[in-house]
Design a protein around this ligand. Sequence first.
Ligand code: SF4
Length: 531
Amino acid sequence: MKLTVWTYEGPPHVGAMRVATAMKGLHYVLHAPQGDTYADLLFTMIERRNHRPPVTYTTFEGRDLGEDTAGIFKKTCQEAYDRFRPQALIVGASCTAELIQDDPGGLAETMDIPVPVVALELPSYQRKENFGTDETFYQLVKALAGPVEKTPEVTANLIGPLALGFRHRDDIEEVKGLLYEMGIGINVVAPFDATPQDMTRLGAAHVNILMYPEHAETAARHMERTLGIPYTKTVPIGVGATHDFVAEVARICGVQPKKDLSRLRQPWWSKSVDSTYLTGKRVFLFGDATHVTTAARIARDEMGFEVVGLGCYNREFARSVRALGKEFGVEALITDDYLEVEKAIEDAAPEMILGTQMERHIGKRLGIPCAVISAPVHVQDFPARYSPQMGWEGANVIFDTWIHPLVMGLEEHLLAMFREDFEFHDEAGPSHHGGHAPKPVGAEQAGLAADAEAGAEVRISGKMKDAEEEVPTGTGSDVMVWLADAERELKKIPFFVRGKAKRNTEKFAAERGVTEISVDTLYEAKAHFAR
Ligand code: SF4
């Protein structure tokens, strides 16, 4: 048992639903208890699809359990086929149905359904949503895609984009554009908008573009093994990665790596003088492995940020994300526990978080700006406008998105210089966050300023006590005392870096057994960490 309030991923059958909903002419019969239809809302509300997912639930109730639940499954399966007449069916169980062990695959086999029926074995108690997408797509490819003649011209399959994918809709257009510029046509895009019939033609392509390893790597490997189709390893998110991607595709397909960079604005935007203040901004990255890996490279090489922490929630990619952490000199955080993520962010005290919907909430609580780079995402990240992450236009979109939550350069100076100003005081926060400005890092100490001004010694770390009670007994941060002048000096540091300065100073003091922090300690610590 594990106490959980938020989960980064749903159960694996939601992954299977994402594949089914992305496709056309496929139907999913899901053995599931009454109430599991909640998952429909993910597609009709968050992604704003104009139709229900092609899923029929057996919707068994408590009173059915003593009776023939297998019979209910077979009846539902037949009715779904008769009603929707799909080109293929997938059948499987949700978490509760897994426990009653009716074996949907075996049951469907005993029926006379005249189209391919693909049985899904999704271990709901060990695996999660991304496993569900990858496994479902793999099983469909295995069942449907056989050897066929290659197209005479060079063509590619785009594999991985699916329903409820973060910017998948627009990434497809970007990647198609990149390939088009090299004279490479599209054979099949799957699962997004593909039919089971389309999937029988997968083998005709010369290359598989693996857009999202989380969702299609197993299928890509399978097609490489059985159909001899090589697949790309570079995900074209970011300028550098897109250049590498074009080179990789050109090499695999034996074509010229042609590029039309006329729409690419990100490199100049990032080099222009207004972006100077972005240099060295400390960022923390968290999300799915693919988006974190690509974002880390953009952050360091294309924006000039300093990556102070990174991690992913999908354990399938733990090894590569750990290696990425090493490359960036940080220890990668592999967890699906948002409390651990929150703790790591708090410890790293970044100036910006690049994460998921969860990290937006964490950022809000800690008063740290956040931009979304990865699923899980909420409705605002399925925008009406064109907003890819991949390719040249994706780089433009990423630049704007990441910059937006940050305080602008000029305002950053004003906030630092006019701390007492009615408009730019610490607690006003950045102007573009309006009345909902996050509480600045260190704002919990704001109320103590008055005491500090009065010359009293105040404890600003750990629990508040009366000044007379102060009897430091150890050397940890919880017993640290900030002298009034040091407290005043600390407040001169702009709020977005103050948290980090405070922690560094306390760490420096604790390591030296110092329990009272003076202005000298503050500056010694500053000099120490600047070395
Ligand atoms: S079967 Fe799984 S997804 Fe459905 S309600 Fe139960 S735990 Fe949730």
